[in-house]
Design a protein around this ligand. Sequence first.
Ligand code: IPE
Ligand code: IPE
Ligand code: MG
Length: 235
Amino acid sequence: MKNRKKEEPSARIPEHIAIIMDGNGRWAKKRLLPRSAGHRAGMKNMIALAEYAFSRGVRYVTAFALSTENFLRPQEELEGLFGLFREYFKKNAAVMREKGIALKVIGNPCLLPEDVRRLIAEGEEDTKGGSEGTLVLAIGYGGRQDIVFAVNEAVRRGKEVTAEEFSALLSTDGVPDPDLLIRTGKELRISNFLLWQSAYTEFYFTETLFPDFGEKELDRAIEAYSERERRFGKI
Ligand code: IPE
Ligand code: IPE
Ligand code: MG
């Protein structure tokens, strides 16, 4: 962790921030660069942003890096993204361990190349127990698929479940629901992210493209969150 004084978690600091990191392609296009350059800049920013969030007292950051629907993109773009994940897990797992950051990946591993799957599993294992914060990477993730998987598991067990028991069947088991969900890149939609888990999440949308969404922007989002009144149905 950088040499910053760590803030105590409080009601004003979200315990869990989820980010739909959108706008990488447009960021690159604006600079006349290939889309892959935007993904690289986005990945770098995501790691820096998560570390900053943990230094502010946030305990969980979930980053939407690749959706199930993104597999409809050209193979070349997907290969570039797999290459980035490969590089990221090789380079960063040890650094994360040293910084006390636990890595968790959610999504369908079957969608990923075998070696990336293995690197992910190793990265999760190596960083287990990190107590500074948990970085949840959603790779090959779809909210509906997560729910269907859980439903099928419940059916297989042959017993009716409560909402709480159902939550424990989702890939996010052990991670509290997000308090704040940020979407960069101008679109006003959830694009099949944490559908069940975001039932009472506060939303923050910004036009800023993800590689440009830095510490100051995150501060602004946290500040906006701290001004929200969360009633959870009460008066
Ligand atoms: C988000 O950036 C990252 C992924 C979906 C992999 P995009 O690639 O969607 O960027 P834009 O929306 O085209 O700018
Ligand atoms: C959402 O971005 C998924 C991720 C950021 C990984 P998209 O760019 O894929 O979303 P849509 O297609 O515009 O809804
Ligand atoms: Mg996009």
